[in-house]
Write a protein that binds this ligand. Structure first.
Ligand SMILES: Cc1cc2nc3c(=O)[nH]c(=O)nc-3n(C[C@H](O)[C@H](O)[C@H](O)COP(=O)(O)O)c2cc1C
Length: 176
């Protein structure tokens, strides 16, 4: 049955998402993005699509580096803040107390409690309607194997719903 395009695209859930962190003048900021994917194996490239209206794309354009950090249920409160407030007039790290740890290669910090952290160097920008696609080369990767990943189930009655998904495989998950 044919439906409204925007509503139907938004209904395609659950979706995983990442913190996109960058920094200028030693001051990190960032946002949350669900529009992201790997796009080359060799070299290892990753893309993320960020709104031109928001603040984070400007920081990435200035620093040419960013970190993608995958949240779990310990970070739900910070996800909501980073995914709704603007870094233009707020220090999201200070406001939430989101803990960081130094990266190996880039200057942008990692998110300490994240399940995965990927250090990226910007290699390409593509204009995509009201968004900009940033393609980064993943230059270092970090994984805390005991943690799951948070999925976004969307909004209902003004409230956003998340659920953590385990990333370990159980024998019962096997299909064949
Ligand atoms: C689960 C979730 C997924 C999101 N995905 C995206 C996305 O892929 N691209 C985007 O531009 N904004 C996305 N947003 C919205 C931004 O995170 C939000 O507008 C943020 O406040 C922008 O911050 P900034 O102005 O400091 O960059 C998402 C928000 C949430 C909660």
């Amino acid at each position: 049955m044919e439906k409204d395009i925007q509503e139907t695209l938004s209904a395609f859930k659950p979706e995983n998402f990442v913190f996109v962190i960058s920094q200028v003048n030693h001051k990190p900021s960032g946002m949350v993005a669900a529009w992201h994917t790997r796009c080359s194996m060799n070299p290892p490239l990753y893309l993320v699509s960020l709104s031109k209206e928001k603040n984070t794309h400007k920081i990435i354009q200035a620093s040419k580096e960013f970190v993608l950090a995958v949240p779990n249920n310990e970070l739900e409160k910070e996800v909501l803040y980073f995914g709704s407030e603007s870094g233009k007039d707020k220090d999201k790290f200070q406001d939430t107390g989101l803990e960081t740890t130094p990266a190996t290669i880039v200057k942008v910090p990692l998110i300490k409690k994240a399940t995965f952290n990927f250090e990226c160097k910007l290699i390409h920008e593509i204009d995509a309607g009201d968004h900009i696609i940033f393609i980064g080369e993943v230059v270092a990767a970090h994984h805390q194997e005991d943690k799951g990943i948070l999925l976004n189930y969307g909004k209902k009655d003004g409230k956003r719903y998340f659920k953590e998904f385990p990333i370990t495989i159980n024998q019962t998950d096997k299909i064949n």
